[in-house]
Design a protein around this ligand. Structure first.
Ligand code: NAD
Length: 479
């Protein structure tokens, strides 16, 4: 987008970083610099925090219907500008245009959903058991929030947090990932156009995340942190949040098991695998990381999956007909290469892919590995790339034990035609979400989130707004 803002958004104004610093945004398909954006430092973050704090009381008192209508209007603008936003996202993040359009629709839907939730925040009134006291229960916005988002879904990870925060009556400072600041800046411009009052949303783009965020978390004025990103950074931020007892929501990494039983419909399983593995080039927290396939169908499953993966077209996301774009950066690609090399050294067979192409851009081919040794590093590391690692199993108890043998618990996928088994296995998986004969779980109307080291809290669904609300109980004697 030619008119995409590149400055910080503070108190409703577009401003440069106080020290004039800028940072480059790269195109992962070419390695070339797309543009420079403002690179905020701690001073800018403090100004953004101040703007959010100043706007908090008025925004909390703004009628829920007004908050709802701003979100609804922003939803409509996003949908109207789908193509423009998709192109912007592809340019900074790399995903194919069709996927970027899909993400725009998904992102917009969080605003529509939470525009509907803004007017349904409930409370309660009851006579307490002693008969002498009443309880009036109301729900209040938690206060100014810090929202930190990753690069892999640059628009949707923003709207999934901004939507419920606005609906609940919270103000906020958004810090997007340095690789993909443009989608967040475009989103801020859309919310301004939709009528969002100054200071309610502030956006600080920065390459100095730690310096910018830590003082806000320790300072006591930010009351809520909502973070999506890696478990390692999440753990650090939880520790920083402890000092001022900041409420936290954490959407962290995953290590999803994808289990194919001997009674699975293999057509469904391969279709599901393509989505669970290849959505976003494998750069998704929900990406299937470990394929456990029953020994009796493993060869057939591997052959079919390799056929489908090998037929995908790899190239720049903006080019027609491309299915698989580049990975986000050189570091991301190097990690995938190392994980594949380690698995192959331990005896994995490469059914397709596995070779980094020559030339510019961070491309890596769709890859299927069979007979993967359980001791391989990719078993306990998020691959974050287009690599499917297949292991075999013999019985149900064994596969459940192996699937659960990880510190993460975001999502699992189960493929079986048996109803009893489907329910039994799903209930025994230690995960926040299960895809049953499907490779896609994300939906704005459903609670998204994990257990164990995959996070705390849920985003989306009826419960998504709870993360931004506190209860207040009023004791009123019966007289
Ligand atoms: P990351 O943890 O490196 O970065 C995430 C965000 O945190 C970025 O905005 C980054 O700038 C910021 N950050 C980094 N260090 C920080 C610090 N010291 N203080 C404050 N902020 C800091 O993760 P990433 O590489 O951008 O994203 C990939 C990760 O995100 C994967 O682990 C993936 O599983 C996870 N993810 C999870 C979900 C989910 O909903 N569970 C969704 C998408 C991505």
């Amino acid at each position: 987008m030619t008119d995409t803002p590149t400055q910080l958004f503070i108190g409703g104004a577009w401003v440069d970083a106080a020290d004039g610093a800028t940072m480059a945004v790269d195109d992962p398909a070419t390695g070339e610099i797309l543009c420079q954006v403002a690179d905020a430092g701690p001073k800018d973050a403090k100004l953004a925090e101040e703007a959010a704090v100043q706007a908090q009381q008025d925004w909390a008192r703004t009628a829920p219907r007004v908050r709802s209508e701003i979100l609804r209007r922003a939803y409509e603008i996003i949908v109207e500008r789908t193509d423009e936003l998709a192109r912007l996202m592809t340019s900074e993040m790399g995903k194919p245009l069709a996927e970027a359009r899909g993400e725009v629709a998904y992102a917009a839907e969080f605003f529509r959903w939470f525009s509907e939730e803004a007017v349904r925040i409930d409370g309660g009134c009851a006579t307490l058991p002693d008969g002498r006291n009443r309880m009036l229960l109301s729900r209040r916005p938690v206060g100014p929030c810090l929202l930190i988002t990753p690069w892999n879904f640059p628009l949707a990870m923003g709207t999934r947090k901004i939507g419920p925060a606005l609906a609940a009556g919270c103000t906020m400072v958004l810090k997007p990932a340095p690789q993909t600041p443009l989608s967040s800046l475009a989103l801020a411009a859309i919310l301004k156009e939709a009528g969002l009052p100054d200071g309610v949303l502030n956006v600080v783009t920065t390459s100095r995340a730690g310096e910018v965020c830590e003082p806000l978390l320790r300072g006591g004025r930010i009351r809520k942190l909502s973070f999506t990103g890696s478990t390692a950074v999440g753990q650090l931020l939880l520790a920083q949040s402890a000092q001022a007892v900041v409420r936290t929501s954490m959407e962290l990494g995953g290590n999803a098991p994808f289990v194919v039983f001997e009674d699975a419909d293999l057509d469904k399983a391969v279709d599901g695998a393509m989505v669970a593995k290849m959505r976003n080039m494998g750069e998704a927290c929900t990406a299937a990381n470990r394929f456990f396939v029953h020994r009796s169908v493993a060869e057939e499953f591997g052959r079919r999956l390799a056929g489908r993966m090998g037929a995908l077209v790899v190239g720049p996301g903006a080019r027609d007909g491309v299915d698989v774009g580049p990975l986000i950066d050189r570091r991301g690609r190097a990690k995938v290469e190392e994980l594949v090399a380690d698995a192959v050294e331990r005896g994995a067979q490469v059914l397709v892919g596995g070779r980094t192409p020559e030339g510019p851009g961070n491309f890596y081919p769709p890859t299927v590995l069979a007979d993967v040794d359980p001791g391989s590093r990719l078993m306990d590391t998020e691959i974050f790339g287009p690599v499917a690692a297949i292991l075999t199993f013999d019985d149900e108890d064994e596969v459940i034990r192996r699937a659960n043998d990880t510190p993460w618990g975001l999502v699992g996928y189960v493929f079986t035609e048996g109803l009893d088994r489907a329910l039994r296995v799903s209930e025994r998986l230690e995960v926040g979400m299960v895809g049953l004969n499907t490779g896609l779980v994300s939906n704005p109307a459903a609670p998204f989130g994990g257990v164990k080291q995959s996070g705390l809290g849920r985003e989306g669904g009826r419960v998504g707004i709870d993360e931004f609300l506190e209860y207040q109980y009023l004791a009123v004697p019966v007289r």
